[in-house]
Design a protein around this ligand. Structure first.
Ligand code: ATP
Ligand code: MG
Length: 259
């Protein structure tokens, strides 16, 4: 039987900014349905890696493949059309508008791309039904008329994930979905990520090792732009280099990530 097409292959990707080597020959690949975390301290290159995958930036060397297709030179919106979504930044929303309106605007954009031939009214009705369905599914119905800026940080993160999932992606990139959240909000957003459909492949950047290990089966550790460890959660947790750098007495993980 032929091997399943890999949702993501990062092949020897480097990215430098002037003298700063943000990524150096990074390679990783993901299997369909896999959940993997990218861990590493501030400045390790995690967001830069996401930008290469999503198409917001281009590598100085190496290739990115999505679903078996070389997308290294491809624009971000075309990568999205292949089935890639990343968390929608809440700052790109309309903070003063109610949640439902934001959702409608985002879905209309998606709908317009997919069904531009259909009549506007039927298209709007379908989008409205979809938005209401999503709010119901995500238990946000009672927040539909609340301005996005008045939602809690936890709810805003939930909306970011909701908007990414509304694109029905096959590969989802989450950049620090629990950053800045209280322990209770972190638990709630983690639960939501855990319950996402298993067929969606998830690549997650996370500072908090415990949160990451709770959500994924595999981990890639970046340090100064290079992969220093990779494997299952247990393998990475037991890796002496990772322990030395992040779990050692002097440089606990939390201290290591603080600027
Ligand atoms: N556009 C840019 N111009 C110049 N340097 C950049 C740029 N983007 C990133 N860098 C540098 O590349 C390195 C990696 O940055 P990156 O943002 O990828 O780290 P990170 O792992 O996401 O960190 P954090 O945990 O703080 O989000 C850093 O030294 C950063 O200063
Ligand atoms: Mg970052």
């Amino acid at each position: 039987m032929a091997a399943a097409v890999k949702p993501l292959q990062v092949d020897g990707v480097s990215r430098s900014f002037g003298g700063v080597q943000a990524l150096y020959r990074v390679s990783l690949s993901m299997e369909p349905g896999e959940r993997r975390a990218v861990l590493g301290p501030n400045g390790a290159g995690k967001s830069t890696l996401f930008h290469q995958i999503s198409g917001m930036d281009r590598p100085t060397e190496g290739r990115i493949l999505l679903f078996g297709q070389d997308v290294t030179g491809m624009a971000a919106h075309r990568r999205a059309a292949l089935g890639l979504a990343r968390t929608f930044q809440i700052t790109h929303l309309f903070p003063k508008l109610p949640l439902l309106k934001n959702l409608l605007l985002a879905l209309q954009g998606l709908d317009g791309m997919k069904f531009s031939m259909l009549r506007p009214l039927s298209s709007y009705k379908r989008v409205l039904a979809r938005a209401e369905g999503l709010l119901d599914e995500w238990q946000l119905v009672d927040k539909r008329d609340v301005a996005v800026q008045d939602l809690s940080y936890g709810e805003q993160r939930q909306v970011e994930i909701l908007l990414a999932m509304a694109q029905e992606p096959k590969l989802l990139l989450l950049d620090e979905p629990t950053a800045g959240l209280s322990p209770a909000e972190t638990a709630s957003v983690s639960g939501l990520i855990r319950d996402l459909p298993r067929e969606v492949t998830i690549l997650l950047i996370e500072h908090d090792m415990d949160v990451a290990f709770d959500l994924v089966e595999n981990v890639t550790v970046l340090h100064s732009g290079k992969i220093i460890a990779e494997g299952s959660c247990d393998e990475v947790r037991g890796n002496p280099l990772v322990q030395e750098i992040y779990l050692g007495k002097k440089a606990g993980w939390t201290q290591a990530v603080e600027p």
